[in-house]
Design a protein around this ligand. Structure first.
Ligand code: NAP
Length: 265
């Protein structure tokens, strides 16, 4: 790991949204950011997660831990107020948030309700737009906004359904936001992670079959470690990523290049 002499995020203030528990991709990202010397700000959705995320904040020596439900404009504006008070500028934002109703992740996409469709879009795609709109004015020296996406945006994965459609909107939003914010030297990218066992993933019916299929098929013949996703998030937030914007970077053991599953051919 990088020594303190070469910490990639030293002097940077980073906001990470979406830590729920130790298995959250956002937790791995927050830990990697802390290792690389970032001043860390964590958010949690509501009081249920307050204690856990505050404990993580203490463990990772975060500079601040704030409540923020990304669907609530008032929560976003109070987050902005808190950040303005405690950081001269924000350099990196990680959006690691998604939600869909469980029943929409277990039956044919054809059965998706209007409410379920809109909910998935609001929490999983539009929230990137509202987070970018709220926080980009704090990014006075430019910086990086990253989000988490999945292959289900462009390919059909059984039961991923409405979330795949939300991820398609999320990835398109990354490109439009990159265009809007480029003149302010703010880069916007998505990391497309391979499947990882987290609380959200457990909501997808037969998720373990996807994990098994990836381990058998991916060029690296294994699944994705959240620490690998986190190190790519470090790269994007750091000056090493300064030329990269509007992109979807795959951290998936190479699975997305394959045209057929299994290793028997
Ligand atoms: P996770 O631990 O369940 O994280 C999802 C986070 O979204 C939770 O912290 C959740 O908080 C938060 N969230 C949901 N609604 C919210 C709202 N209205 N306001 C604020 N926060 C809200 O699962 P994860 O797998 O790490 O997911 C993180 C991101 O990675 C998601 O975008 C997911 O789609 C993406 N991703 C996951 C995989 C995978 O296989 N796990 C692969 C590729 C991409 P609450 O639980 O408190 O609502």
């Amino acid at each position: 790991m990088a020594s303190s002499m070469s910490q990639l995020l030293a002097g940077k203030n980073a906001v990470v949204l979406g830590v729920l528990n130790r298995w959250s991709i956002a937790y791995s990202i927050a830990a990697a950011f802390s290792r690389e010397g970032a001043s860390l700000y964590l958010t949690y959705q509501n009081d249920k997660q307050k204690q856990t995320v505050e404990e993580f904040g203490a463990e990772l020596k975060a500079a601040g831990v704030y409540q923020c439900d990304v669907t609530k404009p008032n929560d976003l504006s109070s987050l902005v107020g808190e950040l303005e008070r405690s950081a001269p500028a924000i350099d990196a934002v990680v959006h690691s948030i998604a939600f869909a109703n469980k029943e929409d992740l277990s039956r044919p996409y054809l059965e998706t309700s209007r409410d379920g469709y809109l909910l998935a879009q609001e929490v999983s795609a539009f929230s990137l737009v509202s987070v970018a709109r709220a926080l980009s004015p704090l990014m006075k020296n430019g910086g990086s906004i990253s989000t988490l996406t999945y292959l289900g945006s462009t390919r059909v994965l059984p039961n991923y359904n409405v979330m795949g459609v939300a991820k398609a909107a999320l990835e398109a939003s990354v490109r439009y936001l990159a265009h809007d914010l480029g003149p302010n030297r703010i880069r916007v990218n998505a990391i497309s992670a391979g499947p990882i066992k987290t609380a959200s993933a457990r909501g997808i019916k037969d998720f373990s079959k996807i994990l098994d299929g990836v381990a058998a098929t991916a060029p690296l013949r294994r699944n994705t470690d959240p620490a690998e996703v986190a190190d790519t998030a470090v790269f994007l937030a750091s000056d090493l990523g300064r030329g990269v914007t509007g992109n979807v970077l795959f951290v998936d053991a190479g699975f997305q290049i394959m045209g057929i599953g299994g290793t028997s051919i």
